[in-house]
Design a protein around this ligand. Structure first.
Ligand code: CTP
Length: 437
């Protein structure tokens, strides 16, 4: 595959030399385009030696080959790492002031993945977040940065994800977009033989269970506004959904996280779509499901929302009666995802979660089986909830029910253990659904 590797001017540029090696060792043809600032961190000679191609950042070098048009046209995948705040801004506003931004503008349908790295303040600045949103809305995959030690004494979100994680995300993105273009006639599989031939460092990534697949996970609790300062919410921490996203990433998938209110950060290397209400989540989920092989609804979705949302803060007043909140029902997103999938005869595995307390009318499993029938999803992960159970805790204990009526499967331990068991079960279901060629 012809890859353009854009390198931004940040200290993390040195890590991108390892990323370049992963690409070339897996047999890809990589042209590196550093920005001018990037060459202050890692010199042109390094990129030329590692890629085996001439390297330039100017549109006025090798003009006879019309590089500023050709590179974007010929690329089958563009990866930008580190994507600095400046580079994200220039890409979002469509500037073409160097060879890399020219190439991004000429990329057409080519999948583009950007891996940001910068100080936390810069990453969280509304200007950067707006640029990221703009790029994502145009179909660019912008990964979440990792959290940890940054260049100075500071630490927080802003570290470049590890080269292996960027490599996995890039391969999954290329595979998914090839499948979308109908080139592989179904869920994209990486060229395992080529990767195995390339040596041990690249092999484990390509043979992971969900390599080449796109997984969408919803996580956290929705918030339904009453007025500008109040909302109806729930106790979901988002920990289980985040653990599932991390496990799917680990299994080699391209992962999209639909994040409602969460108490934990999104894992590095996933694409995050931030949502607040059930209606926003519904829109994001239906959109994301259109190109997902697996959808996992781990979010705690509010079943009801206030019928009226006041545009101003509701004040207590002595001259009128205290307000009564009227609720209206939210759509059942999980149910709708299944209906849309079935109507389109799409090959997609849909997984629901069930939070049950059990009561005098039935026990947890009875309610869960009825819920599985109602929602018609393929798998339902059931946990028993109560004020001190599950919500916000680091451990979990679940039963996985399947629509085909097979034996319920139990899993317990840390939320990461449970996530790994759910992802294992998903890959087992997928390999049963698609008989090997
Ligand atoms: N869910 C959804 N849309 C809703 C409510 C829930 O997609 N409006 C999803 C959740 O993400 C979860 C599953 O449905 O995957 C079950 O959620 P749960 O709250 O346990 O079920 P409810 O549909 O709310 O059923 P009940 O209120 O009867 O327990």
């Amino acid at each position: 595959m012809r890859i353009v590797l854009g390198v931004g001017g940040g200290i993390a540029a040195y890590k991108v030399a390892s990323l370049l090696r992963l690409f070339t060792e897996a047999g890809h043809d990589v042209t590196v385009i550093p920005t001018e600032a990037a060459t202050r961190f890692v010199g042109v000679a390094t990129w030329e030696a590692l890629s085996g191609h001439p390297v330039s950042n100017s549109v006025f070098d090798a003009v006879h080959t019309v590089n500023h048009v050709r590179l974007g046209h010929e690329a089958e995948l563009i990866v930008v790492a580190p994507a600095t705040a400046d580079l994200l801004a220039r890409a979002a506003t469509g500037q073409a002031d160097d060879l890399l931004t020219n190439t991004l503008l000429m990329a057409g349908d080519c999948p583009v993945l950007m891996a940001p790295a910068m100080h936390t303040e810069m990453w969280q600045h509304p200007a950067t977040q707006a640029n990221v949103e703009t790029l994502r809305s145009r179909g660019v995959t912008v990964l979440e940065p990792a959290s940890g030690r940054l260049t100075g004494a500071d630490s927080g979100p802003g570290r470049l994800p590890e080269p292996e994680a960027i490599f996995t995300a890039a391969m999954a993105l290329a595979g998914a977009s090839a499948a979308e273009a109908g080139e592989s006639g179904g869920a994209a599989q990486p060229d395992v033989d080529a990767v195995l031939a390339a040596g041990p460092s690249a092999a484990p990534l390509a043979v992971r269970a969900l390599a080449g697949l796109t997984v969408t996970v919803s996580a956290g609790g929705t918030r339904e506004p009453l007025d500008p300062v109040r909302f109806l919410g729930n106790r979901s921490s988002g920990k289980q959904g985040v653990a599932l996203a991390a496990a799917a990433l680990e299994a080699g998938a391209r992962v999209r996280l639909l994040a409602a209110h969460m108490e934990v950060p999104a894992p590095a290397g996933v694409e995050v779509v931030q949502v607040e209400t059930a209606l926003e989540l519904r829109k994001a989920a239906l959109h994301a499901a259109a190109d997902s092989d697996v959808v996992i609804m781990a979010a705690a979705v509010a079943d009801f929302r206030p019928a009226d949302v006041s545009g101003t803060k509701i004040k207590k007043r002595d001259d009128v009666a205290d307000p009564v909140i009227n609720l209206v029902r939210n759509p059942d997103i999980l149910r709708e995802l299944v209906e849309v999938r079935d109507a389109a005869s799409r090959d997609q595995l849909i997984v629901g979660f069930a939070a049950e307390t059990g009561d005098a009318g039935g026990d947890v499993l009875e309610y869960a089986r009825a819920k599985l029938q109602r929602k018609a999803c393929d798998l339902l992960v059931v946990n028993q909830v109560g004020r001190d159970k599950v919500f916000g805790e680091d451990t979990n204990s679940v039963v996985i029910l399947s629509r085909d009526g097979s034996e319920p499967q139990e899993a317990s331990g840390s939320k990461s253990d449970v996530a790994a068991a759910v992802i294992d079960r998903i890959s087992a279901e997928l390999s049963r659904a698609v008989p090997p060629a």
